[in-house]
Design a protein around this ligand. Structure first.
Ligand SMILES: Cc1ncc(COP(=O)(O)O)c(C=O)c1O
Length: 375
């Protein structure tokens, strides 16, 4: 005979999650209805072609057992000349989490871009560390090395750099990156958008100093967001604690995804043409977005150099309320700039990872709403 479960109280979450909620991006996306035009999305509107699907079918027939914690040797050899410099992770995000767990203590300071990807500040807070924003300024959003270096204190444990940037689409120049790489503290260079460029290939921080961990993956370049495949690249001594943390988070990345990633990197000719096609598609969508932003919102933006985001000034200071109102009243989803830090206030992030129709319709709806509201 089974006994009836007791009516127990819901357990209290750990203090480290105090004040941490689902990101504003998720909160805005939760307002979507079937009629919404979604320009809030952070993933490519690209589907696998027949070759990629065939590679996935083949990947599914290989071993389903655990791989070494750092990833299969064969994949690591494809990612870097020295496989000891690679830890394959369940997406770039898990690489970030493992790095924070490996290096950041309570009381440390972590320098983060503002505006910048929401996860950096949250991960610092989860570790009990203080996120210290370094500002980026419109209209170029150029990374200013001095703005970073001047904020280094004895407590600075980690500096986060994200080029190309989410939410800005901006690319940092090599000189600024070199100065930051050699400043002293450990640097994490989030390069997950580096393949999605339009004019010139963005510089990588890889090998700029022994103190740099580059993180990258196939979520954005290969539209494999749900397959959770990424990696961290660093000197073996710097990587060792990251592999230890990764073992206790994920054991290893999905072996199916690892195998697929290896096949993608092996298929050099196909891969080069895939990346060309993806860039061409986003270049085209960028044109449509910039044209609509100028026509409907009366804003002429410098074309973002990479990724698939336009960070657009709007005549409203509380952009969170603005984005929520747009979601409910105009059926268009954009992300309020303040979700990326206080320097993002006054802007919204429009993702052009959407069909040309959706980009045109969504931006037109924003313009119509603004005009109706007399803004
Ligand atoms: C700047 C940045 N870093 C990391 C990630 C996480 O990517 P992944 O899917 O590889 O975990 C994202 C996803 O939006 C991102 O925008």
């Amino acid at each position: 005979m089974t006994s009836k479960p007791r009516d127990l109280e819901t357990p209290r979450p750990a203090g480290r999650l105090g004040g941490i909620e689902l990101s504003l991006i998720r909160q805005i996306n939760a307002l979507a209805t079937p009629l919404s035009t979604n320009l809030g999305i952070g993933e490519p509107n690209v589907e696998p072609d027949e070759t990629l699907r065939e590679l996935a079918r083949r990947a599914a027939t290989t071993s389903w057992h655990y791989s070494p914690n750092a990833g299969t040797l064969s994949l690591r050899k494809k990612i870097a000349d020295d496989p000891n410099e690679v830890c394959v992770t369940a997406g770039t995000e898990e690489a970030l989490y493992a790095i924070f767990q490996a290096y950041v203590d309570s009381g440390d300071e972590v320098l983060i871009p503002d505006p910048g990807f929401v996860v950096y500040a949250t991960l610092a807070k989860i570790c009990g560390a203080e996120p210290v924003p370094y500002p980026l300024h419109p209209p170029s959003w150029e990374l200013d090395a001095d703005a970073v270096l001047s904020r280094i204190t004895p407590k600075t444990k980690l500096i986060i750099v994200n080029s190309p940037s989410n939410p800005l689409g901006a690319v940092a120049n090599r000189r600024a990156l070199e100065a930051i790489a050699n400043a002293g503290p450990l640097v994490v260079s989030d390069e997950v958008y580096r393949q999605l460029w339009y004019d010139a290939e963005p510089p990588s921080m890889r090998s700029m100093s022994r103190n740099v961990i580059v993180i990258d993956g196939m979520s954005k370049s290969h539209a494999m967001t749900g397959l959770r495949i990424g990696w961290a690249l660093a000197h073996p001594d710097v990587l060792k604690p990251v592999i230890t943390a990764h073992q206790y988070i994920a054991t290893c990345a999905s072996v199916f995804s690892q195998c697929l990633a290896e096949m993608v990197l092996d298929a050099k000719e196909w891969n080069a043409s895939w990346l060309e096609r993806v860039r061409a598609q986003f270049r085209d969508q960028r044109e449509v977005a910039l044209h609509a932003i100028e026509r409907d919102l009366d804003v002429k933006l410098d074309p973002p150099a990479a990724a698939f985001y336009a960070f657009v000034p709007v005549p409203s200071c509380d952009t969170l309320t603005f984005a929520k109102t747009l979601a409910t009243d105009a059926a268009v989803l954009v992300i309020p700039g303040v979700a990326f830090g206080i320097n993002g206030e006054g802007f919204v992030r429009i993702s052009y990872a959407a069909s040309n129709d959706a980009i045109g319709t969504g931006i037109e709806r924003i313009g119509r709403w603004l005009r109706a509201a007399g803004r």
